[in-house]
Design a protein around this ligand. Structure first.
Ligand SMILES: Nc1ncnc2c1ncn2[C@@H]1O[C@H](COP(=O)(O)OP(=O)(O)OP(=O)(O)O)[C@@H](O)[C@H]1O
Ligand SMILES: CC(C)(CO)[C@@H](O)C(=O)[O-]
Length: 311
C-alpha cells in the first residue's frame, strides 16, 4: 500500500486523555512520493529501506490490531460461547513487545520502502503507520479501524498529531478539528499538476522533542491560533505558504538557513519549513522550476498527491 508523504505548513496542538481525540489542527499537502508498505510471511520483523528496525508507530499499529482482534474474539466467545476448539489462537511472542499478553499470533514481516528518511518533517512515520494499518486491516477484515489504529499509534509514539489524518484524506488538507472523528476540508486545486513541490532536506529533527515540550506547545499554539481561520477565509496555495512562513518564522522553529533560503525563493508561490523537520519546501509553477533548482543543492521535485485513501 502506497501512502503519500505529508508536509504540514502550520499546526496547533491539542492534547486529550483520549489518544484518538488528541491531534492537531492546521494545514498541509500530500506528495506523490512517500512510503510503500508490504506484509510478507515472517516472524515479526520490521524493515525500513532494508534495515531491520523497531519503528514505534508500526509496532503500535500491530498491537492496536492484535488487541482489537482479541477483544472482538473475546466478545464473540461471550456472545456465541465458542467451544475451545473454535477459539482463535493469536500469539505475539516477545520480539515486538515484552509486555504484550501472548494471545495474538503474528507471523508476518512488515516491509517499508520510503522515498524519504525518517525525522525530516515529511510525515514518513505517519505513512508507515497508515500503510501497515491498511495492510493488516485488510488481512483481518478490520477496515473500519484503519485510521484509528494508525492515528492512535502516531500519537502514542509522539511521532505525529495530524499527518495520518491528512495522509488518509490526500491533497491540500485543512484540519479543522484535532484527531478523530475526521473533521477536515480537502481544498480543490485547479490545474494541480501545474504545481511543483520542491523539497530540500537539511537535517533531522525529532518530532516528539517538540510536541511533548510545554514551552514549545505554548509558543506553537500562540502563533498558530488565528492562522486556521485566515486560511479558511482564503484557502489558496499562496495563502497557505504565506501563513506557513509566518508560522515557521514567528515560532522560532525555522533556522536562519531556512529563512534565508525562503527569502531567496520569494519569486515562487511560496516557501517555508516542513513541520517538524529541518527541511525547506517550496511550491512553484513550471516556469520557475529551473530557477528554484539553481538555488537549492539537493532538491527533490514532487507533485501534490490528490488521491484519498478510503476503506
Ligand atoms: N534510521 C532510523 N531507523 C529507525 N527509526 C528511526 C530512524 N530515524 C528516526 N527514527 C525514528 O522514527 C521516528 C521519526 O518520527 P518523526 O515524527 O520524528 O519523523 P517523521 O514522521 O519522518 O516526520 P514528521 O512527523 O515530523 O513529519 C521517531 O520515532 C524516530 O525515533
Ligand atoms: C506534529 C506534526 C507537525 C509532525 O509532523 C504533524 O503531525 C501535524 O501537523 O500535526
Amino acid at each position: 500500500m502506497f501512502i503519500p508523504a505529508h508536509i504540514t505548513g502550520f499546526f496547533k496542538i491539542y492534547k486529550d486523555k483520549d489518544l484518538l481525540k488528541t491531534g492537531s489542527t492546521g494545514a498541509g499537502i500530500t506528495l506523490n512520493k512517500g512510503v510503500s508498505t508490504n506484509i510478507v510471511e515472517g516472524n515479526e520483523e520490521i524493515y525500513f529501506n532494508g534495515d531491520k528496525t523497531q519503528l514505534c508507530p508500526t509496532i503500535e499499529v500491530i498491537k492496536n490490531c492484535m488487541n482489537y482482534l482479541n477483544h472482538t474474539n473475546l466478545n464473540t466467545q461471550k456472545s456465541n460461547r465458542l467451544n475451545k476448539n473454535n477459539k482463535i489462537k493469536y500469539k505475539l511472542s516477545n520480539k515486538l513487545d515484552n509486555n504484550f499478553n501472548n494471545l495474538n499470533e503474528f507471523n508476518y514481516n512488515i516491509i517499508h520502502k520510503s522515498d524519504f528518511p525518517l525525522g525530516c518533517g515529511l510525515g514518513t512515520s505517519g505513512a508507515c503507520a497508515l500503510g501497515v494499518s491498511y495492510e493488516l486491516c485488510k488481512i483481518y477484515n478490520a477496515e473500519s479501524k484503519i485510521l484509528e489504529f494508525a492515528h492512535g499509534a502516531e500519537v502514542k509514539c509522539g511521532t505525529g498529531l495530524g499527518d495520518v489524518v491528512a495522509q488518509y484524506t490526500g491533497g491540500f488538507v485543512i484540519r479543522k478539528k484535532p484527531g478523530l472523528p475526521l473533521n477536515v476540508e480537502k481544498i480543490n486545486i485547479k490545474n494541480i499538476n501545474n504545481y511543483n513541490v520542491v523539497v530540500e532536506i537539511l537535517g533531522k529533527k525529532e518530532t516528539n522533542k517538540i510536541i511533548n515540550n510545554a514551552d514549545w506547545i505554548n509558543k506553537i499554539n500562540n502563533v498558530s491560533d488565528n492562522l486556521l481561520q485566515k486560511l479558511l477565509k482564503n484557502p489558496t496555495l499562496k495563502n497557505f505558504m504565506s501563513l506557513s512562513y509566518t508560522f515557521a518564522k514567528d515560532t522560532g522553529l525555522a533556522t536562519d538557513k531556512i529563512i534565508s533560503l525562503c527569502d531567496d525563493l520569494s519569486f515562487t508561490i511560496g516557501s517555508s519549513q516542513a513541520m517538524l523537520g529541518n527541511t525547506v519546501f517550496c511550491i512553484c509553477e513550471d516556469k520557475d522550476l529551473n530557477d528554484v533548482l539553481s538555488i537549492l543543492n539537493n532538491p527533490i521535485v514532487c507533485k501534490i498527491y490528490n488521491e484519498g485513501n478510503y476503506e
